[in-house]
Write a protein that binds this ligand. Structure first.
Ligand code: NAD
Ligand code: UPG
Length: 650
C-alpha cells in the first residue's frame, strides 16, 4: 500500500543540515547538503546558499536524497505525465523505457495529439524517439540467442508495455503516485505583464486537477519551465483545495534540446532536482532521483533547493542565448570590416574558458524557449525591483531581433529595394535543424519584413515542418497579407527544387545539413538507439535478463545501475513487435505531401546546388542566414552568395 510520506506538519518542517547525514564523498559536486529553514521558504525570503552549513533550530536529520534507501519510503508505481508535448512525450517515454516496473501514463486534453502518440505517426519528430516509444508503449518480443559454451542458449524475455497515452486526465491523476507537470508555459499575450510574464493558465489548470483528484501524498514535479517561486503557487493551490494534506512539490527542469531530445534524455549532463528542506521534500526528491538512477549515474543527479532549481532553468537558457547574441553582435562588426565571424568563433572557442558551443552566428535564436524564458527573467527582475538586471537581459533579445531585421533588409536592398514581381525561395522554416517544430522560427520575422515589400511570391520548403504548422505560424500575418488565400503570396512546397525554380533570391533560414554544399556530412544521419545510449547493452535497456529464471521484469532494478561504458550491441530492433497497421482512412498515410510527422523523411541527402543554379534567375542570389554554405563552391557554380557575418554582406 502506498504510504503518505509525512502528514505531520511539525516533523515535516524539521531541518538540520549540520546534523544530517553527510553526502558520501563519491557523490557529485552537486550532492551537498543544503539547508533552508522551513519558515524561510515563504515568498520573498532569501534562500540560503547551497552547501553552507547553517546554524539550525531544528534537530531532525533529513534523509539523504541520493541514497537509494531513502526512496524506499515512497514507492512509485504509477506516474501521470500531464502534457504530451515536446517535453512530456519524450521524457515519459524514456522514464518508462528504463523503469519497466512503473506504469507511465501521458495525458493531454488534445485528442489529436494523444491519437498520434498511440499511432505509427508520432506527433513530433525526434531522432531515436520512435524506437523508445515502440519498446515502452508496445512491449518487446522474446528473443533466443546463442550464449557462450558456459551459458548455452539464453532467452531475452518479453517485455510488457508500460507507457500509455490517454485523454482521461482525471482518472489517471487519481491513480498516480507522482504527477509530472509538462504543460506549456508561454508568454502572456494580454493583461498585466503581456509580452514578458509567463502565462500560468495551463499550469494552474493542471495543478487544480491534481489538487482536486490526486491521492494524498502524490508527488508533484514541475517539468515545465516556470518563474522562480512557482512552487509556492502550486502549494497554495493544493492547500486551498486540500487543506492540511502534504503534497510534496519538486522542481525538475528539463534541459533537452529539440532535435537531440532522446540523446539528451538518455545521457543528460545533469538532472537537477529541486526540493524543500523537509523530510517529505527529501523523500520525494529521493523517489524521483531513483527513477533517473535507473539509467543516469547518481553523480549526475543534482539535488538543490527548489527556488534555485526553478531559477537555474531560466538562467541556463538566458546564458546560452546570451552567447548567441554576443557572437551575433560580433557578426555585425565583421560585415563592416574584412573579418569573418566563423573564423572568430573558431578561434575564441579554442579558449577552454569560452568553449566552442553556441557560438554559431546567424539569424539568432528561435524556438519556443529562449525568447519566452528571457522575457520571463526580465519580468521577474523588474518585479523584484531590479531594472538594471532586466535591461541587461533585455539586450539579448534586442540583439536577436536586430539580426533577422538587418538580414531581411539586406536582402531587399540587394534586390534593388523592391520585391514587386519577384519570387523569393525560402529553404528551411524550422527554428533549427532536425526538428519539425515551427514555433518561434526566425523565418517568421524575415518573412514579415519581406512581405512589406509586396513580393510576387514567397515559396517555402522545409524537410520536416508540415504545411499546416507553417501556416499556423504565419496566420499572425493574415490580416495584413492574406497569406492563407489560394492566390496569396505564400506557398509551401514539398521539394526544394520547386521552391527555387524561377526565384530571384534563395534564402537559407534553417541550418539543415541537406542545404550544405561542403564536404560530405554525417552528423544528422538518423540517430539510432545504439547511438543515443552508449552505456549499456540492449538487455540493460530493456531490463531483461538472459536467464529467464532470473527475469526481473516488473521489478525495480536493485541496486539501481549506472550505464557501463561498453559499446552498445546493435540490433535492438529485432525485439520490436510489429506495429499495428494504420486504419484505412489514416490521413497521414493518405497524404503524399506529409512532411511534418514522418520520422522517415530524408533530411540528409544534400540538395543539388548545381541543378538549382540552372533554374534560378540571374544574378542567382543566395542569402545564407545560417552560415551553412561554402562560398567558394557556390561562386564556382555561378551563384552570388551573401552570408551573415562576412564582409560581402555590405
Ligand atoms: N520544447 C522544448 O524543447 C522544451 C525543453 C525544455 C523545457 N520546456 C518547457 O516544458 C514545457 C512544455 O513544453 P512543450 O514544448 O512540451 O509544450 P507543448 O505545447 O508541446 O506541450 C504541452 C502540452 O500540454 C497540454 N496541456 C496543457 N494544459 C493541460 C492540462 N491541464 N491537462 C492536460 N494537458 C494539458 C497541451 O495540450 C500540450 O499538448 C514548457 O514549460 C517549456 O518551456 C520545453
Ligand atoms: O550557436 C548557436 C546555437 C543555437 N542557435 C540557435 O538557437 C536556437 C535554439 O537552439 P537550441 O538551444 O539548440 O535548441 P532548443 O531546443 O531551443 O533548446 C534550448 O531550449 C530548451 C528549452 O528550454 C532547453 O531545454 C535547451 O537546453 C536549450 O538549448 C535555434 O534557433 C538555433 O538555431 C544559434 O543561432 N547559434
Amino acid at each position: 500500500m502506498y504510504q503518505t510520506p509525512s502528514l505531520g506538519r511539525s516533523d515535516d518542517s524539521a531541518v538540520d543540515s549540520s546534523s544530517g547525514p553527510g553526502t558520501p564523498s563519491d557523490m557529485s559536486m552537486f550532492a551537498q547538503a543544503y539547508s533552508i529553514p522551513a519558515d524561510a521558504m515563504d515568498m520573498g525570503a532569501l534562500p540560503e546558499r547551497v552547501g553552507t552549513p547553517q546554524p539550525s533550530r531544528y534537530h531532525t536529520a533529513l534523509p539523504d536524497i541520493l541514497h537509494p534507501e531513502t526512496a524506499s519510503n515512497v514507492p512509485i508505481r504509477t506516474i501521470c505525465c500531464i502534457g504530451a508535448g515536446y517535453v512530456g512525450g519524450p521524457t515519459a517515454a524514456v522514464i518508462a523505457l528504463h523503469n519497466p516496473h512503473i506504469r507511465v501514463v501521458v495525458v493531454d486534453r488534445d485528442q489529436g495529439r494523444i491519437d498520434a502518440w498511440k499511432s505509427r505517426h508520432l506527433p513530433i519528430h525526434e531522432p531515436g524517439l520512435e524506437d523508445v516509444v515502440r519498446i515502452a508503449r508496445d512491449g518487446a518480443a522474446e528473443v533466443r540467442r546463442r550464449g557462450d559454451s558456459a551459458t548455452g542458449e539464453a532467452i531475452d524475455a518479453a517485455r510488457q508495455p508500460n507507457l500509455f497515452f490517454s485523454t482521461a486526465c482525471i482518472a489517471t491523476i487519481k491513480e498516480a503516485d507522482m504527477c509530472l507537470i509538462s504543460v506549456n508555459t508561454p508568454t502572456k499575450t494580454r493583461g498585466v505583464g503581456a509580452g514578458r510574464a509567463t502565462d500560468m493558465a495551463a499550469l494552474e489548470g493542471a495543478c487544480r486537477d491534481i489538487a482536486m483528484h490526486a491521492k494524498a501524498g502524490c508527488i508533484l514535479v514541475e517539468k515545465s519551465t516556470v518563474p522562480c517561486k512557482t512552487g509556492q503557487l502550486i502549494k497554495d493551490i493544493m492547500e486551498a483545495h486540500r487543506p492540511g494534506v502534504v503534497f510534496p512539490v519538486l522542481s525538475n527542469p528539463e534541459f533537452l534540446s529539440e532535435g537531440t531530445a532522446i540523446r539528451d534524455l538518455m545521457q543528460p549532463d545533469r538532472v537537477v532536482i529541486g526540493c524543500e528542506s523537509t523530510i517529505s521534500g527529501h523523500r520525494a526528491a529521493a523517489a524521483l532521483a531513483n527513477l533517473y538512477a535507473a539509467w543516469v549515474p547518481r553523480s549526475r543527479i543534482a539535488p538543490i533547493g527548489i527556488w534555485s532549481s526553478e531559477l537555474c532553468k531560466l538562467a541556463a537558457n538566458a546564458m546560452l542565448a546570451q552567447r548567441i547574441s554576443s557572437i551575433n553582435s560580433i557578426s555585425a562588426i565583421c560585415e563592416r570590416t574584412d573579418a569573418d565571424v566563423g573564423e572568430i568563433a573558431k578561434s575564441i572557442g579554442l579558449d577552454p574558458r569560452i568553449g566552442p558551443q553556441f557560438l554559431k552566428a546567424g539569424l539568432g535564436f528561435g524556438g519556443s524557449c529562449f525568447r519566452k524564458d528571457i522575457a520571463s527573467l526580465t519580468y521577474l527582475a523588474e518585479s523584484l525591483g531590479l531594472p538594471e538586471v532586466a535591461a541587461y537581459w533585455q539586450q539579448v533579445l534586442t540583439m536577436n531581433d536586430f539580426q533577422r531585421d538587418r538580414f531581411a533588409r539586406h536582402v531587399i536592398a540587394s534586390l534593388n529595394n523592391s520585391l514587386r514581381g519577384k519570387k523569393i525561395a525560402i529553404l528551411g522554416y524550422a527554428f533549427k535543424k532536425n526538428t519539425g517544430d515551427a514555433r518561434e522560427s526566425p523565418a517568421l520575422d524575415v518573412i514579415r519584413i519581406l512581405l512589406e515589400e509586396g513580393p510576387k511570391s514567397i515559396t517555402i520548403y522545409d524537410p520536416l515542418c508540415s504545411e499546416a504548422d507553417i501556416r499556423r505560424e504565419l496566420s499572425v500575418l493574415e490580416r495584413e497579407y492574406a497569406v492563407s488565400m489560394p492566390d496569396g503570396p505564400v506557398r509551401v512546397v514539398s521539394d526544394p527544387y520547386t521552391a527555387c525554380t524561377d526565384s530571384n533570391a534563395v534564402l537559407i533560414l534553417a541550418d539543415w545539413d541537406m542545404f550544405k554544399n561542403s564536404k560530405p556530412f554525417t552528423s544528422s544521419k538518423p540517430v539510432t538507439m545504439a547511438e543515443t545510449y552508449d552505456g549499456a547493452t540492449p538487455t540493460d535497456i530493456l531490463h531483461l535478463t538472459p536467464n529467464p529464471k532470473r527475469a526481473t521484469i516488473n521489478k525495480p532494478p536493485t541496486p539501481p545501475r549506472t550505464p557501463k561504458l561498453s559499446p552498445l550491441s546493435p540490433d535492438l530492433t529485432t525485439r520490436l513487435l510489429p506495429e499495428p497497421p494504420c486504419p484505412a482512412d489514416c490521413v497521414v498515410c493518405r497524404s503524399s505531401s506529409t512532411t511534418g510527422t514522418s520520422a522517415k523523411t530524408d533530411t540528409t541527402t544534400p540538395i543539388d546546388w548545381a541543378h538549382i543554379s540552372k533554374t534560378v534567375r540571374e544574378p542567382r542570389w543566395v542569402f545564407d542566414g545560417r552560415g551553412v554554405l561554402d562560398a567558394r563552391a557556390m561562386v564556382g557554380m555561378g551563384f552570388r552568395l551573401e552570408t551573415l557575418g562576412r564582409a560581402s554582406m555590405y
